[in-house]
Design a protein around this ligand. Structure first.
Ligand code: ADP
Length: 254
């Protein structure tokens, strides 16, 4: 089953075509990876999916859990987010001085909306308790439960990425888009980040990942799209894409 269908996306900046007819299908329950050299259009594509840019042509469909397909092309970012398609840095940056737990509760509070005034205090307390319970379950899943009381600025680079992931889960994400989740993360922590992405994926969350460090990422993903100059140049299982002559050419410059 599909969760995201990207069809014929064209995005221009002036006369320059950053995306030139991109077709990508993201399967529900899978981890899909997009690779490509700098300037190939990966970030522009994520910006089109999440509503930052409106494409000149093409469509983006989000397929809900019940199978209903929703045309989200050109939706504003907050609406895409509310639908359950969450890019990690769509959520406001981690609050450095707040603890790990507080960072999660801040996302939950943001979701509650304006109708709270009418809520009775009793309900409010219950909701706070439920949020805290859910936050701890999520922190367990990302292996940050023992750091719940640590201010975010004391976390390692890898733990910071995991906190971002936890916040996306707290926000109720169905599809999480990770833009370079292991950039600047030391190698052992980078493997840990991807292992946890895998574990969370196995519990039902789908992922679309953009990553440069393909040596690490390829071990943890189900399917790969390779982009170059605004187009998809190859797709398949990680080993297929790794051995694709066009991909090798772009990466090794052969
Ligand atoms: P990637 O994420 O793969 O490195 P980008 O999507 O950031 O690639 O960029 C694709 C191309 O589009 C690049 O040539 C870049 O210079 C150009 N580009 C991206 N954003 C803009 C913009 N806002 N205005 C003009 N050109 C842009």
């Amino acid at each position: 089953m599909t969760i995201l269908q990207i069809r014929g996306i064209v995005k221009q900046f002036g006369a320059f075509r950053a995306l030139d007819g991109v077709d990508i299908t993201v399967e529900r329950g899978k981890v899909t990876l997009i690779i490509g050299p700098n300037g190939s259009g990966k970030t522009t594509l994520v910006n089109v999916i999440t509503g930052v840019y409106r494409p000149e042509a093409g469509k983006v469909f989000y397929v809900k859990k019940d199978g209903k397909s929703v045309d989200i092309t050109g939706w504003p970012p907050h609406k895409v987010f509310e639908e359950g398609v969450v890019r990690t840095f769509q959520i406001p940056q981690v609050f450095q001085k707040l603890t790990v737990l507080e960072n999660l509760l801040a996302v939950a509070r943001g979701q509650r909306g304006e109708g709270v005034i009418s809520a009775l205090l009793k309900n409010w307390v219950r909701e706070e308790e439920e949020n805290a319970k859910r936050a701890f379950q999520i922190l367990k899943a990302v292996k940050l439960a023992d750091k719940w009381d640590t201010p975010a600025y004391l976390l390692s680079a890898g733990e910071m990425k995991l906190l971002e992931l936890a916040r996306a889960l707290m926000a109720g994400a169905d599809l999480i888009i990770l833009d370079e989740p292991i950039a600047g993360v030391p190698i052992d922590q980078a493997h840990e980040v991807f292992k946890i992405v895998r574990e969370i994926n196995q519990r039902g969350t789908s992922f679309l990942v953009i990553e440069h460090r393909i040596d690490i990422a390829f071990r943890y993903v189900d399917y790969v799209y390779a982009m170059a100059s605004g187009r998809v140049i190859a797709q398949g299982l990680p080993e297929e894409v790794a051995n694709n002559p066009r991909v090798k050419e772009v990466y090794i410059g052969g």
